[in-house]
Design a protein around this ligand. Structure first.
Ligand code: FAD
Length: 411
């Protein structure tokens, strides 16, 4: 039986571990926190996942909250106008619903499931010096530790990383009691509210420890009015500040918040990080090799809501690469090949996300303007969140955009 060690119990590490256990690998996961510590901890993400990524979970029988979690059936876009109204406002429908299950619920549950399915789980925060002796004990060591300190084992890839500094300041609050959206009260959707020159507010229906909720997620331009969290406010103050920013910049969303309250006393998060792509193989001081996965090696800004989706797709891709290797060694060449197979997908996400961090060019504004009149355009953009590889056919190049828009609008 081949032995695999996975460091990190997030979307990527746990999904890969559960996949390998299903194929009779001897799997050990090292997790910095126990299920109870995860459930009792702070929110970590907004984790909205789209149809293709959710399908990877279903394939492994990991969709434990699918019946409870709200079904997200569309993606809306609103662009604020200078007068406090909306210059643009439309909804695209998803072919397959999306869902957001609080990672505190999901990762705690998956850790327990993993032990039930026969893997070993060691609760220990791993350091670089722990890893050297461990590489000799396993056929393969995978680092799935998110954006934690172990990323230092993996060099930044400058050719794939255009940014060196954070492009947004992030603020998250989970609330109960948000009123339905008056435009489509019976359809749950993620809404992308853009405030030119200031940032974005995402509103995301989700499932948390205490049931259904909505997540209010601000992405602020550094140095702008949404970059106001350095004092790390307590949760009550964090909610008050969020609401007053909403009243000022996205009043149509604030109107839905007359009776909101925090879901729990760990329901807020602030932070920022620079988007980065890293080289996939880490070399340890004594010469051992480890393979990086998901956020360790490709960490995009959450603006396009792709990180958990990427983690699920990375886990599915690495599982295929491990199974295809059979009994051959998981050497450095194989590690590079496994990463490049994943990057062939992830490069689309990175390119799109990095582009969306800039003010939209004229042809993208034409896409968004046409989407307000032509539902097919809104639907195509919405479905790109599930499959961003579609975008290179029509979104980035003005000539391709013109051709596509001409094909869906009457002459
Ligand atoms: C504010 C915000 C909003 C987001 N919204 C979305 C969204 O809507 N949709 C989406 O798809 N993505 C979203 N993302 C991104 C998404 O959350 C991440 O990309 C995803 O969780 C990455 O999964 P992962 O398994 O690579 O890492 P993680 O989820 O970070 O998991 C890593 C795990 O490793 C553990 N760990 C770290 N260091 C060690 C160590 N030394 N030893 C042992 N364990 C360790 C950590 O405790 C953690 O459990 C968002 C991110 C943020 C910050």
């Amino acid at each position: 039986m081949r032995k695999v060690l996975i460091v990190g119990a997030g979307q990527a590490g746990l999904q890969l571990a559960l996949g390998l256990v299903g194929h009779d690998y001897d799997v050990t996961v090292m997790s910095a926190r126990t299920p109870e510590e995860i459930r009792g901890g702070r929110v970590m993400s907004t984790q909205c996942m789209f149809g293709p990524a959710l399908q990877h979970e279903r394939d492994l029988g990991l969709n434990l909250w699918e019946a409870q979690a709200p079904r997200v059936e569309g993606i809306g876009l609103s662009v604020a106008a200078p007068d406090g109204g909306r210059a643009l406002d439309w909804l695209g429908r998803l072919d397959a619903y999306a869902q957001s299950v609080d990672q505190r619920v999901k990762m705690a549950g998956w850790l327990e499931l993993l032990e039930d399915r026969g893997a070993k789980v060691v609760y220990h925060g791993v350091t670089t010096s722990d890893l050297d002796p461990l590489t000799g004990l396993y056929d393969l060591v995978v680092i799935a530790a998110g954006k934690g300190e172990l990323v230092q084992l993996f060099d930044r890839d400058p050719g794939r990383s255009p940014y060196r500094t954070p492009q947004r300041v992030l603020s998250v609050v989970y609330v109960h009691g948000m009123e339905p959206r008056p435009e489509h009260p019976d359809l749950r959707a993620v809404r992308f509210n853009a405030v030119p020159g200031v940032g974005e507010l995402f509103v995301i229906p989700a499932h948390t420890l205490s049931g259904d909720c909505d997540i209010l997620f601000f992405e602020g331009l550094p140095g702008g009015p949404l970059d106001c969290w350095d004092d790390r406010p307590d949760p009550a103050e964090h909610l008050d500040r969020t609401l007053s920013l909403m009243r000022r910049y996205v009043p149509w969303e604030h109107d839905r918040c007359r009776a909101v309250e925090l879901t729990d006393d760990r329901a807020t998060l602030v932070g920022s990080y620079a988007p980065v792509v890293r080289r996939p193989v880490g070399v340890l001081p004594a010469g051992g090799r480890v393979l990086g996965m998901a956020d360790v090696v490709v960490a995009n800004d959450p603006l396009t809501g792709q990180g958990s989706n990427n983690a699920a797709k990375c886990a599915a891709s690495y599982l295929d690469s491990v199974l295809a290797r059979g009994d051959e060694p998981f050497d450095e060449e194989w590690m590079h090949g496994a990463f490049e197979a994943y990057w062939e997908y992830a490069r689309h996400v990175t390119f799109w996300t990095n582009a969306m961090l800039q003010p939209p060019p004229e042809h993208v504004m034409r896409i968004f303007g046409t989407a307000a009149r032509v539902p097919a355009v809104a639907d195509r953009f919405a479905n790109a969140f599930g499959d961003p590889t579609d975008l290179e056919k029509w979104f980035f190049d003005p000539a391709l955009t013109d051709r596509y828009l001409a094909s869906v609008t009457p002459a």
